[in-house]
Write a protein that binds this ligand. Structure first.
Ligand code: TXA
Ligand code: MG
Length: 347
């Protein structure tokens, strides 16, 4: 396929994108979490093209996006009593609900299962596209399978140029990590993936909610979609340091010095480390990428930072992360997966 067209947002661009979706094609579009790679959710062949473009295994189901709460009933059945409460409080937004699948949704969307994950994005472009297409849109994140998600149109081009029909460029995603996935088909309800809506916000409405913290290798993951350990991975090997901030920082500094001594190309993700830490490492060609200080900043910059270090061809990435509150839980989860479980803890 030739280069994929990238369009700035306009009424005409949305119309073109909607026509492509209705015709069975693939459009990458912005949402407030990350860019999605969309196809008509009611068209099994169109959805199959998503898996092909991403090189995603058919065992990993995709999320169905709707623009209006009333459309929930077109894709899911037997809605639990919690749905209106959650919808009123947290939707549209970075929340995905796992519900019983309606027969209208082809099995490939759900990897053959009897549930379906549904999300109503808040991003005006995503909503305009779904409304113009007049069908629910199945969309995983718009990255090659197991790579960091795309938070800008340029990231989508890096991974999917020539493999999809159109990219709508709506600027950088503001939240930067994917939606929180809440499974309402089990009792008590379960959070399958921490994301843009903090667990604390969900607990306010679902006090008995459970949080699944499981990381599986690729062989055992098939029975439990989305729990794959290797995910969001840059090409470089990531080491994640955690525990007591002072001790972990010292240990990470030592590990970096050793890697530099071994002539490794080293990259470091920086958040609120003291200036003296960066100054102390000015010996070799260490690449630093700032993610920002607040949880909101780090979450918005995380995937771009991993991709930026890949672009500088580093082969070792070091990062210190300790927070699990609010968005910190989603950031932690993405870093553990980017590190493929290489977590070094100093208490
Ligand atoms: O913020 C987001 O959720 C973004 C934007 C584009 O909406 N989408 C996204 O999609 O992150 P994806 O495919 O990268 O991640 C969706 C996750 C996968 O881990 C998948 O296994 C899980 O949702 N999932 C989808 N359908 C499911 C289902 N029926 N039951 C359990 N998990 C499901
Ligand atoms: Mg993804």
């Amino acid at each position: 396929m030739k280069n994929t067209q990238v369009l700035q947002i306009s009424d005409d661009a949305i119309r073109q994108a909607a026509d492509i979706i209705r015709g069975g094609g693939l459009v990458a579009f912005p949402t407030e979490t990350v860019y999605g790679l969309g196809a008509n959710a009611l068209d099994a062949e169109a959805v199959a093209r998503i898996f092909e473009a991403k090189a995603r295994p058919l065992t990993d189901p995709v999320i169905v996006h709707i623009a209006d709460i009333a459309d929930l009933e077109k894709v899911a059945i037997n809605l639990p009593d919690l749905v209106p409460t959650l919808a009123a409080a947290l939707m549209p937004g970075a929340l995905t609900l796992v519900l019983k699948r309606s027969g209208a949704v082809p099995a490939i969307v759900s990897a053959g299962g009897d549930t379906v994950a549904v999300r109503m994005p808040a991003h005006p472009v995503a909503r305009a596209l779904i409304r113009a297409a007049d069908v629910p849109i199945a969309a995983p994140s718009a990255n090659t399978f197991s790579r960091p998600s795309a938070t800008t149109a340029a990231h989508v081009v890096q991974d999917l140029n020539g493999k999809i029909d159109l990219i709508l460029d709506g600027g950088a995603a503001t939240i930067g990590v994917e939606s929180t996935i809440l499974d309402l088909t089990v009792d008590p309800p379960r959070i399958l993936r921490p994301g843009g809506i903090p667990v604390e916000a969900i607990r306010a409405f679902v006090p008995n909610v459970e949080v699944v913290e499981r990381y599986l290798d690729t062989d055992t993951a098939a029975s439990s979609p989305g729990q794959m350990l290797k995910h969001y991975s840059p090409r470089a090997r990531v080491s994640l340091f955690t525990g007591s901030p002072d001790k972990s920082l010292l240990r990470m500094q030592n590990a970096i010095a050793i890697a530099v001594g071994d002539s490794e190309q080293v990259g470091v993700l920086i958040s609120d480390e003291p200036e003296s830490f960066v100054d102390g490492l000015q010996m070799g060609n260490v690449a630093f990428v700032e993610m920002g200080q607040s949880l909101e900043e780090v979450s918005a910059n995380l995937f771009a930072a991993l991709r930026a270090l890949d672009a500088q061809s580093v082969n070792k990435i070091f990062v210190l992360w300790t927070r699990r509150d609010g968005l910190g839980a989603a950031i932690w989860d993405r870093l553990v997966r980017a590190a493929e479980g290489r977590v070094i803890t100093y208490l």
